[in-house]
Ligand binder design. Structure first.
Ligand code: ATP
Ligand code: MG
Length: 244
C-alpha cells in the first residue's frame, strides 16, 4: 500500500508493541471445495489483521473469494486450513455451541442477500438475535431504537415483502447492530440499492462507527464505500493482491 499512515496503522503498530489483540486476525486461510471429481481452491492462503475500530473494505472481482472469506471470518463456515482469531480467541478450534455464543456476542453480519425472516415484521427480525444469549434491556425497545436509527421508525410492523430493497437492507443492518457487536461484517451492503439508499446506508455506517467505535469489515464493489474505508484489502483469485 501507499506509505500513508492512517489511524488504524498507528493503532496496529501500538498494539503489536504492547501485545494488544487485533479485533480480527486471519492466518493463512485456505478453502477448497469438491467440484465433481476435482477440488477447486477458492481461498489460497489469506492472512490479514484488522484493528479495533477500523473500517476495512474487501474489494476484488466477482468470484475472487470475498463472500467465502467473510463467511469464514464470521465463523459461519470452516476454512480447509488456517486460523481466525476474534479478539485473540481462535474461533476455528471452537465447539459449535461456544462459536454460536461468540457470533451472537461479538459479530454482526449483513449478508449479500438480506436474509430477513419473511414471516416476521421488521421489529421482530431485529429482536431475534436479542433473544439468543443474554443482552441488556428489552428486545422490543432495542429493536425500535435501532430501526429508528436507520430511519425506519415508521416501518416497525412491516414484513420484508412490504418493504423496498433499501428498507430491507437497513433492517438487516439494524439486526446486525442490535447486540452491539464489536465487529460488523457486511457483504455488499449497498449492492442492491439505488444511489440514494446506498448513500444513506454508507452514511449510517460512518455515523455508527464515529458514535460506537465498532469495527467494520465490508465486501463491496461500490467505489463510494471503498473510498470511505481506512484501507482496502484486494482479493484476486483467492489471494490478497495488495501486499497486506
Ligand atoms: N459451494 C460452492 N461450491 C463450489 N464453488 C463455490 C461455492 N461457493 C463459491 N464457489 C466459488 O468460489 C469462488 C468465490 O466465490 P465468492 O462467492 O466468495 O466470490 P465473491 O468474491 O464474493 O464474488 P461476488 O463479488 O460476485 O460476490 C467463485 O468462483 C464461486 O463460483
Ligand atoms: Mg460475494
Amino acid at each position: 500500500m501507499a506509505n500513508t499512515t492512517n489511524p488504524e496503522q498507528l493503532r496496529s503498530a501500538r498494539s503489536i508493541a504492547t501485545g494488544a489483540q487485533a479485533a480480527l486476525e486471519a492466518i493463512d486461510i485456505r478453502k477448497s471445495l469438491p467440484l465433481g471429481r476435482e477440488r477447486i481452491d477458492i481461498l489460497k492462503g489469506i492472512s490479514l489483521r484488522i484493528e479495533h475500530g477500523a473500517f476495512v473494505a474487501i474489494v476484488g472481482p466477482s468470484g475472487s473469494g470475498k463472500s467465502t472469506l467473510l463467511g469464514i471470518i464470521a465463523g459461519l463456515d470452516n476454512p480447509t486450513s488456517g486460523q481466525v482469531f476474534v479478539d485473540g480467541v481462535d474461533i476455528t478450534r471452537m465447539s459449535e455451541g461456544k462459536l454460536a455464543a461468540v457470533r451472537n456476542q461479538k459479530i454482526g453480519m449483513v449478508f449479500q442477500a438480506f436474509n430477513l425472516i419473511p414471516t416476521l415484521t421488521a421489529q421482530e427480525n431485529v429482536e431475534v438475535p436479542l433473544y439468543v444469549g443474554k443482552h441488556p434491556g428489552k428486545p422490543s425497545d432495542r429493536a425500535k431504537e435501532l430501526l429508528t436509527l436507520v430511519g425506519l421508525g415508521h416501518r416497525l410492523g412491516n414484513k420484508p415483502n412490504q418493504m423496498s430493497g433499501g428498507e430491507q437492507q437497513r433492517v438487516a443492518v439494524a439486526r446486525a447492530l442490535a447486540t452491539n457487536p464489536a465487529i460488523v461484517i457486511m457483504d455488499e451492503p449497498t449492492g442492491n440499492l439505488d444511489k440514494k439508499n446506498g448513500d444513506n446506508v454508507l452514511q449510517m455506517i460512518r455515523d455508527l462507527r464515529q458514535a460506537t467505535g465498532t469495527t467494520f469489515v465490508i465486501a463491496t464493489h461500490d467505489p463510494n464505500v471503498a473510498s470511505s474505508a481506512d484501507r482496502s484489502i484486494r482479493i484476486v483469485d483467492g489471494l490478497v493482491a495488495n501486499g497486506e
